[in-house]
Design a protein around this ligand. Structure first.
Ligand code: G6P
Ligand code: ZN
Length: 586
């Protein structure tokens, strides 16, 4: 029983309002289900597991059982995701449970689509109390693959461990789910539907996010670059959620040609791809850009190739035959932000990176005399610093780059930041003149600051036992090591298992990665991934600083070979894991 009321004439869009009678809430009995503990970024499992009776319902209800009532009763929440398989079904259930628990209003991206950065942006802009993100990030999607759910807080930031621990606790004692008796909501058209005191608003996934990007960046500067015929730009959305954002932003707003967007249609299974921007999973694309006889992207310019992850938070920047490491990318954005990006016109407030990320950013912070922070792996560690006003730009080696405009890493932001820097450098070029390219910008940066050679080796899906033994072995080794110890040609400065004390709230995170730091600044670091979905993923991070500009043109694998060999022998990785070779090298 519902009636549709035409939007008032003052409303610019064709929003429709639908009202129905009071909300009836059913209480569904349920039982606890094992294994609903969230990892680094929410709950991620195989779709099939989520589709079991009450699996998702239990977790969502446990979440409401964990929040203080003022955070959801009559409150505003946001809901969206990366468009993967099961999202639409899940959205309907989440809406009904939200209504059943007394939420006032829920804003849902049209077709259930919102990138992770867009959810963060909308929460902040609309002053929502929080939001749900339906994504398993870079994990593959489809009926046989992964699904995931994450809750973000009113600052737009992923819920802290204190909340996720409480949710887990509640999944172990749950006995009923409060489900509103309302029909499935039509996710396909923008508009508001009211059910008693509860309402659902379907919103355009792009507009709030685009408004924010227009505040942060100088779009006319970027347009001046993108519209040059000698500048060729390619954006690869990997059939994931940024496909929904690419055309409205890059084509419609910035004037890129429609064929500069590839794999721009979001698909439920991401076109069978692994939507993770790194040198292995984005291999076809990387090969096109990096091979010697690579395509000529027009007159005098580098081609720009950019790849986004499933939920739109990661990015990879490639010039023609040139890969920009994420560690260099954030350093270069930070070094150029004040000039090229209006949001930073008074200079960034501070810079930060995760511990395994290379020290390239440290050198920028030093030169610009900015506060600098080294945090554990995990975007959540940046949030407090941002809220305290001491951090503007940050990044991780894992292809995450972002700033305090929101509280998630932001792939499109990173691309716009790079376009801004390239545009700024080429502002005074005459038509047809050779442009300053991505590789020119990076090499110039190395000449000024030195080059931090960096590589990461991943050993995915190792047996957990062996991987854990290896880490324990390394912990034992560092407890016995001391300054001045010789490791081949390297002399130890210190070795430890990284501990972080949050300067804002004093909370301590320990055992965040075993590191060996040598007197020349070289580092080898060992961690187990917190995001893998099967077995254990061992990550080895290798870094070496090279101040001498005449040695900046080596391939990273060649330059780092001695340190890589050292890392493998120090850790006895082969003995512990049985692995001869990494599954991914970045
Ligand atoms: C996610 C997190 C990042 C983290 C990355 C790798 O993307 O948001 O903060 O750097 O995963 O984490 P892992 O624990 O797998 O190395
Ligand atoms: Zn992600």
């Amino acid at each position: 029983f519902s009636s549709t009321i035409k939007a008032s004439s003052s409303s610019s869009s064709s929003t429709t309002y639908t009202e129905s009678r009071d909300l009836k809430v059913n209480t569904i009995p349920t039982k606890p289900i094992e294994g609903q503990k969230t990892g680094t970024s929410g709950l991620r499992k195989k779709v099939k597991e989520f589709m079991q009776e009450n699996y998702l319902g239990n977790w969502i209800q446990a979440l409401f059982n964990s929040l203080p009532p003022e955070d959801y009763k009559n409150a505003l929440l946001v809901l969206g995701g990366d468009g993967r398989y099961f999202n639409k079904e899940a959205a309907q259930l989440i809406i009904k449970i939200a209504a059943g628990n007394g939420v006032g209003k829920i804003l849902v991206g049209k077709e259930g689509i919102l990138s992770t950065p867009a959810v963060s942006a909308i929460i902040r802009k609309r002053k929502a109390n929080g939001g749900f993100i339906m994504s398993a990030s870079h994990n593959p999607g489809g009926p046989e693959y992964d699904w995931g759910i994450k809750f973000n807080y009113s600052s737009g930031q992923p819920a802290p461990e204190s909340i996720t621990d409480m949710i887990y606790g509640n999944t172990l004692s749950i006995s009923e789910i409060k489900l509103a008796d309302i029909p499935d909501v039509d996710l396909s058209s923008v508009g508001i539907t009211k059910y008693g005191n509860f309402s659902v608003e379907i919103v355009d996934p792009v507009s709030d996010y685009l408004d924010l990007m227009e505040d942060v960046f100088d779009f006319s500067l970027i347009r001046s670059l993108v519209s040059r015929p000698e500048f060729r730009f390619t954006f690869d959305a990997m059939h994931a959620v940024t496909g929904a954002y690419a055309k409205p932003i890059f084509v419609d707003k910035l004037g890129a040609s429609p064929d500069s967007i590839c794999n721009g249609v979001p698909l439920e299974d991401f076109g069978h791809g692994h939507p993770d921007p790194n040198l292995t999973y984005a291999k076809d694309l990387v090969n096109i850009m990096l091979r010697d006889d690579g395509p000529d992207f027009g007159a005098a310019s580098d081609g720009k190739f950019v790849v986004m992850t499933g939920d739109g938070d990661r990015n990879m920047i490639l010039g023609r035959q040139f890969f920009v490491t994420p560690s260099d990318s954030v350093a270069i954005i930070a070094a150029n932000a004040q000039e090229a990006i209006p949001y930073f016109q008074s200079g960034p407030k501070g810079l930060a990176r995760s511990m395994p990320t290379s020290g390239a950013l440290d050198r920028v912070a030093e030169k610009l005399n900015l506060p600098f922070f080294e945090v554990p792996t995990g975007w959540k560690f940046f949030g407090n610093l941002m809220d305290a006003g001491t951090l503007s730009i940050c990044g991780e080696e894992s292809f995450g780059t972002g700033s305090d405009h929101i509280r998630e890493k932001d792939g499109i932001w990173a691309v716009l930041a790079w376009l801004s820097i390239i545009a700024y450098r080429n502002k005074n070029k005459n038509p047809g003149e050779e442009l300053v390219s991505i590789s020119d910008i990076v090499k110039e940066h190395w000449a000024t600051y030195g080059r931090n050679y960096f590589s990461r080796y991943d050993y995915e899906e190792c047996e957990s036992a062996g991987a854990n033994e290896m880490i324990n072995y390394l912990r034992d080794l560092i407890s016995k090591s001391k300054q001045g110890d010789k490791y081949g040609v390297y002399t130890l400065q210190f070795a430890d298992d990284f501990t972080y004390t949050d300067p804002v709230d004093g909370s301590v995170a320990s055992k965040q990665g075993v590191r060996f730091v040598f007197t020349d600044g070289s580092r080898i670091i060992f961690r187990l991934s917190g995001t893998g979905s099967a077995g254990a993923t061992v990550r080895i991070y290798i870094e070496q600083f090279e101040p001498d500009v005449s040695k900046h043109d080596l391939d990273a694998q060649v330059a780092l070979k001695p340190l890589i060999d050292l890392a493998l022998s120090v850790s006895k990785l082969k003995e512990f894991t049985g692995r001869e070779k990494p599954t991914v090298i970045t």
